[in-house]
Write a protein that binds this ligand. Structure first.
Ligand SMILES: [Zn+2]
Ligand SMILES: [Zn+2]
Length: 333
């Protein structure tokens, strides 16, 4: 006997926006042959489906079990509805706004797939400082409200070009419904400004690296603010930064290209390299080696510990890439 057809309204709450949740539900529903829709609203994600009872149950189970890596499902509530969506296929529909009571994914380090594109000389996002996808990049920082849609992000003034729109609409693409997706043609551009705010000519990444190497201090825009950066091996630059920040003794954090680069400066226990590469890229305090202070003069004076962090924004990776003389691929990382 054929399975009975049911219609259900399903509400998912938790960290479910800006984490690729709607495309994930869309793929599952299509795979299970269900009809209906999914959308973001101010309370999370709302789904309506019609289909075989067995498949609807399977959808709910798999939403919980297979949720995208950056998502956190707090609850799934399903109830029967008389609204039939049978026959129309399954679609992602426009968000419904209201008083926000949902959680947005947090800012996440650029993923390996995006790094692969950014360092592939043949890719259209080669060396593009705002590369991101459904699995990575800024969320909280660029969000201006909920539900999480491009019009409520700082990408609003940058309409997607035809190719970015193609990726946004392509279910098998990692940028399917990636609200912050952009490229060199349609997205924001990087600038290097002098102390008076005048734009400096030339490549902004190469220019920034030259300044750092020359012992200058550069304010580098990151997620949620600026990092004041200088060459940590340059005692004079570090001293000038201390003076300007009026930080006589407070330790600075050192950014390194990867975990193995930290070996000459600090001792690492089992598990600590893993902490450095968490998606949130925390700064970790690690025990200094005896040579640390002579290699990094004045960075963390009088302390047994050194704060270390790895790059997480495209700009930070691009600076290391530039220092490595722009090698193709991500093997150098
Ligand atoms: Zn990515
Ligand atoms: Zn584009």
């Amino acid at each position: 006997m054929a399975d009975s057809i049911i219609s259900q309204s399903i509400r998912v709450s938790g960290v479910v926006q800006g984490v690729g949740f709607r495309p994930f539900v869309w793929r599952l529903a299509r795979e299970l042959g269900l009809d209906g829709w999914v959308r973001n609203d101010s309370r999370g994600v709302e789904i309506e489906v019609s289909g075989a009872a067995e498949q609807v149950r399977s959808l709910i189970e798999r939403i919980e079990r297979e949720a995208p890596p950056l998502a956190r499902v707090n609850s799934i509530v399903a109830r029967d509805t008389t609204r039939e969506t049978k026959g129309g296929g399954f679609v992602i529909i426009d968000s419904r706004s209201g008083r926000a009571a949902t959680m947005l994914g947090h800012d996440t380090a650029i993923c390996r797939d995006c790094l692969g594109e950014m360092f592939d000389p043949g890719n259209r996002r080669w060396r593009y400082a705002f590369t991101n996808c459904t699995n990575c990049g800024p969320r909280y920082t660029i969000s201006r409200g909920l539900p999480y849609d491009r019009v409520r992000t700082s990408l609003k003034p940058f309409p997607m070009c035809a190719r970015c729109q193609g990726e946004y609409r392509q279910p098998n693409d990692r940028r399917f419904h990636a609200e912050a997706s952009c490229c060199p043609k349609c997205g924001p551009q990087l600038f290097l400004l002098d102390g008076e705010g005048h734009r400096l000519p030339g490549d902004p990444i190469a220019g920034t690296l030259d300044l750092l190497k020359a012992g200058k201090i550069v304010a580098i825009k990151g997620l949620g603010g600026f990092h004041l950066a200088c060459d940590a091996r340059n005692a004079v630059a570090v001293a000038v930064l201390r003076e300007r920040k009026q930080r006589d003794e407070k330790p600075f954090v050192v950014m390194l290209a990867n975990a193995p680069s930290a070996a000459p400066f600090v001792q690492m226990g089992v598990g600590e390299p893993g902490l450095l590469t968490l998606g949130t890229r925390p700064a970790i305090l690690l025990r200094k080696r005896s040579t640390s202070d002579s290699n990094l003069p004045g960075v963390a004076p009088g302390l047994a510990w050194l704060g270390v962090m790895l790059p997480y924004t495209p700009i930070q990776f691009l600076l290391f890439h530039e220092a490595a003389k722009r090698p193709p691929g991500i093997g150098w990382l």
